[in-house]
Design a protein around this ligand. Structure first.
Ligand code: NAD
Length: 497
């Protein structure tokens, strides 16, 4: 699949992607695939002003009509699924099947948002006063800033944008500086959809291309009431306080340190498949990648060798080739941080982790996924290394496993493999996993868009996608209507005039 064909299919002006100050490389071979122009601070300022204007118009459009735009966007994504999926693979290095999967997620969230556009319902609440009616209504809130990470270069935008737009908001997207071309392609599809639908204000969706500084400018601007930021905890630690300081709302989707726990009654074949894909899929570069494995000591000697055997069958290589399961790391920095993490293993046994295919791809970073077996007394690894490293610990009883699972600063995804209903329900209960995602007999990655997505603690607390996540993109008004001839005050207050 050639880049030029892909860009052509997406209707992008290839020559416009050939100049600019920001070099974009493909992790497949490290070669440059384009140059884009970063926005200046003054341009960013104008983009935000334009977004505000678009919001003033769009908020008055009835929600089901707003849904029509997202319906057409979903159809454009269906039409260009292969090309956009391939572009995702070329720019961020995930295997083609995952590139397609990411576009499918975009289509799914569009479908969800279209339905939602007729379901942005409030509440009627019983009033304590006679002849009064109380209600709660949801209204558009304003421009929504979307900051996204390299590893889900397109889906994260759509989780936010599809909901924000049907909720009556404008959006400004600051994609990762490592993946701006996929963002340019999505923006083009959005503009095509807007033209087809008609009546869509100019600037309803805009891009802000650049590095962290331009993201920081967006974050600090009080004209943008909601900032949805996806990326590392280090980024969230900067963004969160800046947004809070100006009383904005942030939706933070940050790093994970996800564990699978395998209990004595588990179906081990299923568990091995789930652990393998969770740990090595996307070369360990998903926020929900499985990073820790807690194995009951009675099955340790059966499960861990089976897992190691499965690791040997994993095909590492060009993510565009059919059959490849593990593509490259995003860049040299990612490779270095993987090596640093492995060198720092003091009392564990490391299998794998070495660089492969360096003759074929001297400027790209393919690695053998690593397993690190930790002794019983091992310290739980506390931070996320964004690479395929799986730390394996034996445990003795469920309470200990739950304690270890929760004993990290992050709280994104977790899973238990068991056929024991007591264990499963304990894991899902208030006494169990403290994560935003808790699964039974399913791995940690691969969430469906119907549920709310996000995690606790240093993962940031934000929720996106399904369930009632749409409320994050609206403001709530509580209204009381008095249709009586009296004016009773709340809390029984009376006074004479
Ligand atoms: P990153 O934090 O380096 O960058 C993410 C985005 O934040 C980029 O667009 C970057 O330019 C921007 N940014 C950085 N500093 C900023 C600042 N001070 N102000 C505003 N914007 C700033 O992350 P990455 O390397 O692209 O992605 C990997 C990380 O993202 C991992 O930690 C992963 O777990 C996390 N992630 C989380 C989720 C989730 O939903 N929880 C999803 C995907 C990725």
């Amino acid at each position: 699949m050639k880049l030029t064909d892909v860009l052509d299919n997406l209707g992008l002006d290839i020559s416009a992607l050939d100049r600019g100050d920001l070099s974009v490389t493909s992790p497949i071979d490290g070669g440059e695939i384009g140059r884009v122009t970063a926005h200046s601070a003054a341009q960013a300022d104008a983009i935000i002003a334009k977004s505000q204007e678009a919001f003033q118009q769009w908020k008055l459009v009835p929600a089901p009509k707003r849904g029509e735009l997202i319906r057409v966007l979903g159809n454009k994504l269906r039409e260009h699924k292969e090309a956009l999926g391939a572009l995702v693979t070329l720019e961020c290095g995930k295997i083609f099947q995952e590139g397609l999967g990411e576009v499918q997620e975009m289509i799914d969230i569009c479908d969800l948002a279209v339905g939602l556009s007729r379901q942005l319902h409030g509440l009627t609440i019983a009033s304590e006063r006679p002849g009064h009616r109380m209600s709660e209504t949801w209204h558009p809130i304003g421009p929504v800033g979307i900051i996204s990470a390299f590893n889900f270069p397109v889906a994260v935008w759509s989780w936010n944008a599809a909901l924000a737009v049907v909720c009556g908001n404008s959006v400004i997207w600051k994609p990762s500086e490592k993946t701006p071309i996929t963002a340019i392609a999505c923006q083009k599809l959005f503009e095509d959809a807007a033209r087809e639908v008609g009546g869509v204000p100019d600037g309803l969706s805009q891009l802000l291309i650049g590095e962290a500084d331009i993201g920081a400018q967006l974050t600090a601007d009080k004209r943008v009431p909601v900032i949805s930021a996806t990326g590392s905890t280090a980024m969230g630690r900067k963004v969160g306080p800046v947004v809070a300081e100006r009383f904005g709302r942030s939706i933070l989707e940050l790093g994970g340190n996800n564990a699978i726990m395998v209990c004595p009654s588990a179906d081990l074949e299923m568990a091995v498949r789930a652990i393998l894909f969770g740990a090595v899929g996307t070369a360990g570069q998903r926020c929900t990648s499985t990073r820790r494995l807690l194995v009951h000591k009675s099955i340790y000697e059966e499960l861990v060798p089976a897992l190691k055997k499965a690791y040997q069958s994993v095909k590492i290589g060009n993510p565009l080739d059919a059959g490849t399961l593990v593509g490259p790391l995003i860049d040299r920095t990612a490779y270095d941080s993987m090596q640093t993490a492995l060198q720092g293993v003091a009392n564990g046994k490391v299998t794998g982790g070495e660089r492969v295919l360096s003759d074929e791809y001297p400027d790209a970073y393919y690695v053998q996924p690593a397993i690190v077996e930790m002794p019983e007394s091992g310290q739980t690894v506390q931070h996320e290394t964004f690479a395929p490293i799986l730390y394996v610990y034996p445990y003795t009883d469920l309470q200990e496993a739950i304690r270890l699972q929760n004993d990290v600063p992050q709280g994104l995804s977790s899973a238990i493999f068991t056929n024991d209903v007591r264990e499963a329900e304990t894991f899902l209960s208030a006494a169990g996993s403290d994560c935003g995602i808790a699964n039974v007999n399913i791995g940690t990655s691969g969430a469906e868009i119907g549920g709310a997505f996000g995690g606790e603690k240093e993962t940031g607390g934000g929720r996106e996608s399904g369930s009632d996540a749409w409320k994050g993109y609206m403001r709530r008004a509580t209204s009381t209507v008095n249709y009586s001839t009296e004016l009773p005050l709340a809390q029984g207050i009376e006074f004479d005039i």
